[in-house]
Design a protein around this ligand. Structure first.
Ligand SMILES: [Zn+2]
Length: 287
């Protein structure tokens, strides 16, 4: 039987890094990073090794937790230095920030950091080539959903697809977020706003279940604010859509991820870090 892999991750950033909140001048003195620890503890209870894409600017603040998680066998990967979308930076400025972020994490951990996910998933072909050139082994920014704005910026002509949805070329892997369609429109089923907004039992869970019946790779991207014990700081001047995007009820995401883990186990997925999955892709790719 073909092996199937589930790679769970979190983008280690605070609530005020969310792109949809940038216009409301968020109060950065308030933090919801406790959700980072809550999520990691939940995964530890399940014995699942996951990947944490960490912002370089938070590395010192989260130092003890990062060292602890590294010691537990989780993977620490890179989410850039600040939460600036790469496509808003010149290629040279992006390369400089990315080198700095990689070095910051490697100095803290004392080991190589091999994976990257772009803030706001905002990579194009030119900047993806920079990610590879700087020495990362894989990127995890792309969304495998045709016609979705995130999927349109990257093109993989000439790349192999060692496992359905993944891409591989010259020893470098793309490990995407998973996409599906709802009422003919593409959407991400690996986390993000739709996980909050759409009814879980009526819509999101059945969509993911249908995906898992066919897929060989599933990835999850969680955010600390979703697992925080603290309430979202008051938001002024944001749209109803944004309020829904960051809506959270206590314990809701924990319960959803617990059910997701049950579904993945039911469908015989093996849990892997993104780095483990990138090694698996190399084995599956043509020599
Ligand atoms: Zn992010």
């Amino acid at each position: 039987m073909d092996r199937k892999f589930a790679a769970l991750s979190m983008d280690v950033e605070d609530w005020y890094h969310l792109d949809c909140l940038q216009s409301c001048n968020p109060d950065t003195s308030k933090s919801m990073l406790d959700g980072f620890v809550n999520y990691a503890e939940m995964l530890n209870r399940h014995g699942i090794k996951a990947t944490f894409f960490v912002l370089g600017e938070l590395a010192q603040q989260a130092r003890e937790t990062l060292l602890y998680l590294d010691g537990c066998g989780h993977e620490i990967a890179c989410h850039g230095m600040h939460h600036t979308p790469p496509t808003s930076l010149s290629p040279a400025a992006f390369a400089e920030q990315l080198r700095c972020a990689k070095q910051t994490l490697e100095d803290l951990l004392g080991k190589e950091v091999t994976g990257y996910r772009a803030p706001q998933n905002a990579l194009d072909d030119e900047r993806l080539a920079i990610v590879q050139k700087i020495g990362f082994h894989y990127d995890a920014s792309w969304l495998d959903a045709p016609e979705h704005p995130i999927s349109r910026r990257l093109h993989f002509s000439g790349w192999e697809e060692p496992l359905p949805g993944t891409r591989w070329r010259d020893g470098f892997c793309e490990l995407p977020l998973c996409g599906s369609t709802l009422l003919g429109r593409p959407l991400c089923i690996s986390g993000g706003g739709w996980m909050h907004v759409l009814p879980w039992h009526g819509v999101m869970k059945p969509l993911i279940a249908a995906y898992l019946r066919e897929a060989r790779v599933y990835t999850l991207c969680a955010y600390p604010f979703e697992f925080s014990d603290r309430a979202m700081p008051s938001l002024s001047g944001v749209s109803l859509q944004t309020r829904l995007r960051v809506l959270k009820s206590p314990g809701a995401m924990e319960r959803r991820v617990e059910q997701l883990i049950d579904m993945l186990e039911h469908h015989a997925f093996e849990f892997a870090t993104f780095e483990d999955l990138s090694h698996q892709l190399r084995r599956e790719a043509r020599p």
